[in-house]
Design a protein around this ligand. Structure first.
Ligand code: PEP
Ligand code: MG
Length: 588
């Protein structure tokens, strides 16, 4: 019975921004009937043959999906299917299924479901988001093999046929499902399971539709929803909104659309100050899919490509070829814009599970370059992939979490060897590729002149610099009042870094969150920064403010801030300035 419920708000993980309002499409995975009936000895061989044929057919299906995914969503979406090929070609699993059929006298479909289920449970037991996503991949592959055993029809799954524009609600979305939906009809996505790196999250970003994942309890309501709101900014899902909620979201949705249209107009304007000084507004991205956003928001290029997320959403450590394809795709898509690829910044709060590092104090432990030096093969394949993708000469490399000059010289030596190898193997590479560093550890700031003699550019990571200067964990709510990028000590460090870069004539930019704070912009310009790297959709907002600034006024402002003795004093100076110069004026 379709008993509708009153307004109900559920909370999940905001996976893709935007607001969707619409009717639900309840996506339930087709049930596959697997029989436990025993088969006589005489039929064992034919069951094994059925299994082997189904494996071949499934492999073909996956390869086909991989091709389609590459066409629709780029290399990253296609990569998901590489993980599926690994599962299907896992010899241990194949042998186990064959053994299970013959030793238990069961049908092939039952053996597959049993063996795969055990394997899947091993992953689920590990209770971590990365591995539960892998368990889900196994389930997808397993279902496809079983389907191919029990039917030889190729007809598409009827359960994915949307009736007009709708919001898809599901327990989770299998990678193979994503290609069956008509993407023009999906308004939004809501799933019961999954986190930021789940396939549903990747898919929704690539489709640019609002999505909330990991909404515990949503499936309970699946048949009781007449209207649904997906708030992909806050991670809220509103079931059967009442009139006032509906009106307020309708208004927000309208404002959001208007804002996007207005921002797009600003995106087309030049990024120059009132006194005609150009400021580059670059983007921070973490996947190849976001290259489209860099173009959409008219950003000058990529100031920070965080590579760790590519590794996070992959089944195994990404191979050199996988990486090469992703970096080439971004390089080609964005050419002639420039891209700065940051070497894997694993450690701290990122990817500890996968690399099996357990440390009491991970933020002060084996992170960034320290971890890469501990895994020379990983560093080598990483550098090889980047260099192989560099034939267009629009890529630079950036080293994360550098605390000593020796880390730069050591990387350079490895880099030179990798170049030699690649050339001798016949590759065309950018031999003059620039190698810069993240300035995010205070020691580097204190010896910035000497560091600048070894690095081609600096990019200031205020997120980490703030935590290391103030001894306040960036992710710990209890010290969030202490963690403050407007602390005069942080601002002095920014000043020291820019001055050293100017003296040594190397490039300097900022890619921490601070570069996207409107109130910080006059200060950053005043300190002499001419390259800011922010989330792509913030590019127009940053541009709007830059176009209202005069560099001489900003320089005077930054001098005042450098004399202040507390974050509060800095903020007062900045908000007075902002109100006077920008707040009261129409932006143009
Ligand atoms: C930073 O530390 O400011 C930065 C940009 O890098 P991440 O946030 O990835 O550590
Ligand atoms: Mg950092």
């Amino acid at each position: 019975m379709n008993k509708k419920v009153k307004e109900k708000i559920l909370k999940g993980v905001a996976a893709s921004p935007g607001i969707a309002i619409g009717t639900p499409f309840n996506y339930v995975h087709e049930t596959l009937n697997v029989s436990r009936d025993t088969v006589p000895d005489s039929e064992i061989e034919s069951e094994i043959l059925k299994y082997r044929n189904a494996l071949d057919k499934t492999r073909e299906n996956i390869l086909e999906d991989k091709k389609n995914a590459a066409k629709r969503g780029g290399q990253e979406a296609a990569k998901i299917f590489d993980a599926h090929l690994l599962i299907i070609d896992d010899q241990v699993l194949i042998d186990e299924a064959v053994y299970f059929i013959s030793s238990n006298n069961v049908q092939a479909s039952y053996a597959v479901s049993k063996v795969m289920k055990d394997y899947q449970m091993e992953f689920e037991k590990l209770q971590n988001q990365y591995f539960s996503q892998r368990a889900f991949d196994i389930e997808d592959v397993c279902r496809r093999i079983i389907k191919n055993i029990i039917s030889d029809s190729d007809k598409p799954d009827q359960s994915t046929v949307l009736k007009g524009k709708q919001i898809v609600i599901s327990n989770n979305i299998f990678p193979s499902d994503t290609l069956n939906f008509n993407k023009d009809l999906i308004l939004g996505i809501v799933t019961e399971f999954g986190g930021k790196t789940s396939h549903a999250a990747i898919l929704s970003k690539s489709l640019e539709v609002p999505a909330v994942v990991g909404v515990t309890g949503i499936s309970k309501y699946q048949n009781k929803i007449s209207l649904l709101i997906v708030d992909g900014f806050s991670g809220k899902v509103i079931i059967n909104p009442n009139a006032s909620t509906f009106e307020s979201y309708k208004k927000r949705q309208h404002e959001e659309q208007k804002q996007v249209e207005e921002d797009l107009k600003y995106a087309a304007l030049a990024s120059v100050t009132l006194d005609n000084v150009s400021v580059k507004i670059m983007s921070n991205i973490q996947s190849a899919l976001e290259a489209d956003s860099v173009i959409k928001w008219n950003s000058d290029g990529v100031g920070l490509f965080r590579t760790e997320f590519l590794f996070e959403s992959s089944l195994s450590v990404l191979s050199e070829d996988d990486q090469f394809r992703i970096y080439s795709e971004v390089s080609e898509k964005l050419y002639p814009r420039h891209i700065t690829i940051r070497l894997l910044d694993i450690g701290g709060d990122k990817l500890n599970d996968k690399m099996s590092i357990k440390e009491d104090n991970p933020f002060l432990g084996v992170r960034g370059m320290r971890l890469l030096f501990d895994h020379p093969e990983l560093l080598r394949s990483h550098l090889r992939a980047i260099l192989r993708a560099s034939s267009k000469k629009n890529i630079s490399i950036m080293l994360p979490f550098v605390s000593n000059i020796s880390e730069i010289t050591k990387t350079r030596a490895i880099f030179e060897r990798v170049i030699k190898d690649l050339i001798s193997e016949g590759y065309t590479v950018d031999e003059k590729m620039k190698i810069g560093i993240m300035v995010e550890v205070p020691s580097i700031v204190m010896i910035a002149d000497a560091v600048a003699a070894k690095a081609d550019f600096f990019s200031i990571g205020t997120n980490d610099l703030t935590q290391y200067v103030l001894a306040a964990d960036r992710g710990n709510e209890r010290v969030s009042g202490i963690y403050d990028s407007f602390h005069p000590a942080v601002i002095k460090m920014l000043d020291m870094t820019v001055r050293a870069a100017e003296r040594r004539k190397i490039g300097v930019g900022i890619c921490g969150q601070m570069a996207g704070y409107p109130i910080a912009l006059p200060l950053l310009i005043g300190l002499g920064l001419r390259e800011l790297s922010v989330t792509p959709f913030l590019v127009p907002a940053v541009k709007k403010i830059i176009r209202r600034l005069d560099t001489k006024e900003c320089a005077a402002l930054s001098k005042k801030c450098l004399k202040a003795s507390s974050p509060k004093a800095v903020l007062t100076i900045l908000s007075d300035f902002f109100e006077k110069k920008i707040g009261d004026h129409p932006l143009q």
